[in-house]
Design a protein around this ligand. Structure first.
Ligand code: NCD
Length: 359
């Protein structure tokens, strides 16, 4: 299988808008599902709903031993490489577990210092090396746009294997946004869905890549209001706001979490991303004390609202909230494994087979 990235030069592709790029990232036979997963703009509402349905199916099938063994046979002839040159717990492990659910065997590099990059090999050459041995590459990198460049490189090589972006710089984290949307879908499944909800983002919105990806996916739903709560220095970047303004999405930028919580259907807390500080300790000088969710905020939260967090957390959600039924972050984390299994299955063209199998 191959996608359309071989039809376009790198410079031309690079200059396109994400929406225009999306057209190059699927492949015939996938029914609109992505071949390379690089950014949130690739997912429209129908694809999101199809992926959620597929994740639910996989989840259900895996409950029985027979079903789990059936799933394990589906991609047992394929291998996936997990190439993570930035720290990760959940994204790495949930992709690994997703591969295991579908029977893929895996290899991993978690530190460029242990690979030949240390000897001066370029990332392009490293990726080509992985594609020689594996059928899919799941990658995380501190470099914005690297997954995109690598996808183009591979599509123009003799081994055009798919790439899944598991986090690229401060820019995008599309599979996290998928699991966030899946979590919202499940949370509001019997309560009218995501349309018309208010989602409050709080924390380091400037450097949190999960925020950019999720904010975009929320625009695929009707009338979702987005509220951005952060200290001025860490407020949501202009490009995110511009997308919302262009799409006519209602949004608010504020520095008061207390004022935002009572109207929220979901509060999405994030960690201060101080690994990106330009001078060491710069974030520590910012007063973040009002951007934490604790007992007082919990008391203000609607009865059927949810608290989310991509994790890892520091102290932005007090542990006293953990047992509250509205604390969704643990289930959100597990949802990540199922939606990633769905995405990998869809990438290999298995959507229909899984939907129609007798389990
Ligand atoms: C996030 C990330 O890596 O961007 N973590 C994750 O993948 N769940 C959020 C973070 O590190 O704060």
């Amino acid at each position: 299988m191959s996608d359309r990235l071989a039809d376009i030069g790198w410079e031309e592709f690079r200059g396109l808008s994400p929406e225009a790029k999306s057209g190059y990232l699927s492949a015939p036979g996938l029914g609109g599902m992505p071949y390379h997963t690089l950014f949130a703009q690739q997912f429209d509402r129908l694809i999101l709903e199809r992926l959620a349905a597929l994740a639910n199916r996989i989840r259900f099938i895996s409950k029985s031993r027979e079903g789990a063994l059936h799933l394990k046979g589906l991609l047992s002839h394929k291998r996936a490489m997990l190439y993570f040159s930035q720290p990760s717990s959940r994204t790495f492990l949930s992709h690994l577990a997703a591969c295991q659910i579908l029977g893929l065997t895996t290899g991993s590099v978690r530190d460029a210092a242990t690979s030949s990059e240390f000897k001066g090999e370029s990332k392009e050459d490293s990726i080509r090396t992985f594609s020689s041995y594996f059928d899919m590459i799941i990658m995380r990198s501190p470099e914005q746009g690297l997954a995109e460049k690598m996808a183009w490189e591979l599509s123009n090589s003799s081994r055009p294997v798919p790439i899944i972006n598991a986090g690229s710089g401060k820019d995008q984290h599309p599979t996290q946004a998928l699991l966030d949307i899946y979590t919202l879908m499940r949370s509001f499944e019997t309560k009218g869905g995501i349309d018309g909800r208010t989602v409050v983002f709080c924390g380091d919105l400037m450097r949190g890549r999960t925020v950019r990806s999720l904010s975009y996916l929320l625009t695929r739903f009707e009338g979702v209001r987005q509220v951005f709560v952060a200290p001025q220095e860490l407020q949501v970047p202009a490009d995110v706001v511009m997308v919302l303004a262009k799409k006519g999405v209602e949004f608010e930028v504020t520095d008061s979490l207390r004022d935002a919580v009572p109207g929220a259907d979901a509060v999405y807390m994030t960690r201060i991303q101080d690994e990106w500080d330009e001078s060491k300790g710069a974030s520590a000088k910012i007063d973040t004390s009002r951007f934490k969710f604790g007992a007082k905020e919990l008391a203000l939260l609607k009865a059927d609202a949810v608290i989310m967090h991509p994790l890892p957390r520091r102290d932005e959600i007090a542990t006293c909230c953990d047992r509250d039924p509205r604390a969704m972050y643990w289930r959100q984390m597990r949802n990540g494994m199922w939606i990633r299994a769905a995405l990998i299955a869809a990438t290999f063209g298995l959507e229909r087979e899984i939907a129609e199998c007798g389990y």
